[in-house]
Design a protein around this ligand. Structure first.
Ligand code: DGY
Length: 328
């Protein structure tokens, strides 16, 4: 009987480790998600599921998988899983923190530089053989990054890593907002805790690094964009629905803000109508924040390691709801 179902391709490195144990598992090696019925049919007897952020693990799905005791998400974010429902049903949920922090912060900073210095447009311009003469004030004028104010919305692990790049590499004063003060970030990086509105009003670049929760959904709507500097850029490597994408389109079209660089989308994998039509103020990427060979393998390793720990009767390392394990 299959004990573990891996819902998507998570690479051979991690799966081969599972293969060296007695645990019986199946691996959907495809890169296409199963729909809910297929996921349930494939996992009907499973005690553990290794899934990706595109698998919606709702209370209903859990109710239809009576043997399920562990969900190992191959992501640090877990907004695809109803944690309360899992906890109520005695299902342990694990995620993959830490290993992707620096990789995701690198991407956030790459996007910041790309939008500030108009790198994708410059690339297209060259390939179209439009560069015919040097000009002091070309169409491709960008904005400075060095010394500009960086606002971090959500100074968690990744937010702090982005801030570190900003202050140590680019001499950027750091503002941050969030539910609580982060004294370590203040002493290490000289970051200043401000209200969300003050962060909007004072930042030249805003990096979105909050988890998706009911409180952060549509945190950036038209009203928020109105409060930003018209020269400011927003960078989102967190979760798409934190930004109300239709309002972002409007804000960019009306020049409320200078630009946006986004790796995550409200209705992922789709972009809202009108977003792709925006040329010179937008950089987009297909949710590649943690997408390096090493990091994705490490994420898969952690998820599989948690499954192995569970079946060996050991404590999984990165539990989101450890109380389920502790109260067994
Ligand atoms: C995560 O881990 O939550 C990222 O969005 C994907 O790596």
């Amino acid at each position: 009987m299959t004990q573990v179902v891996i819902t998507r391709n998570i690479g051979e490195t991690a799966v081969s480790k599972l293969g060296q144990t007695d645990i019986r598992f199946s691996h959907n090696e495809s890169d296409v998600s199963w729909n809910q019925d297929t996921l349930i049919a494939q996992s009907s007897k499973a005690e553990a599921i290794v899934c990706l952020l595109s698998d919606q693990m709702s209370a209903d799905v859990m109710d239809r998988l009576p043997n399920l005791r562990l969900i190992a998400n191959v992501a640090v974010g877990y907004d695809n899983i109803d944690i309360q429902a899992a906890t109520e049903r005695g299902i342990i949920v694990t995620n993959t923190p830490d290993v992707l922090t620096e990789t995701t912060a690198d991407l956030a900073f790459a996007l910041l530089l790309a939008i500030a210095r108009r790198i994708p447009e410059s690339d297209s311009f060259m390939r179209a053989e439009k560069y015919t003469r040097f000009e002091l004030f070309p169409d491709m004028l960008g904005v400075d990054v060095y010394g500009k104010t960086l606002g971090i919305v959500g100074m968690g692990r990744i937010g702090t890593a982005v801030a570190r790049r900003g202050t140590l590499g680019f001499n950027m004063p750091i503002l941050y907002s969030g539910r609580r003060r982060q004294e370590e970030a203040e002493s290490e990086l000289g970051a200043t805790y401000v209200s969300f509105d003050d962060l909007l009003a004072q930042s030249d670049f805003i990096s979105v690094n909050v988890a998706l929760t009911p409180e952060t959904t549509h945190l950036f709507d038209y009203a928020a964009f109105q409060k930003m500097k018209s020269t400011a850029c927003i960078i989102n490597t967190a979760r798409g629905p934190v930004v109300k994408e239709a309002d972002l389109v409007q804000a960019l079209k009306e020049g409320l803000i200078q630009g946006a660089a986004i790796d995550v989308f409200e209705f992922e994998p789709k972009m809202v109508d009108g977003l792709a039509d925006i040329q010179d103020k937008l950089v987009v990427a297909p949710h590649i924040g943690s997408a390096t060979v090493d990091t994705r393998n490490k994420m898969a390793d952690i998820a599989v390691g948690n499954v192995m720990a569970y079946f060996e009767g050991k404590r999984p390392l990165t539990m989101v709801n450890p109380e389920v394990y502790d109260n067994r």
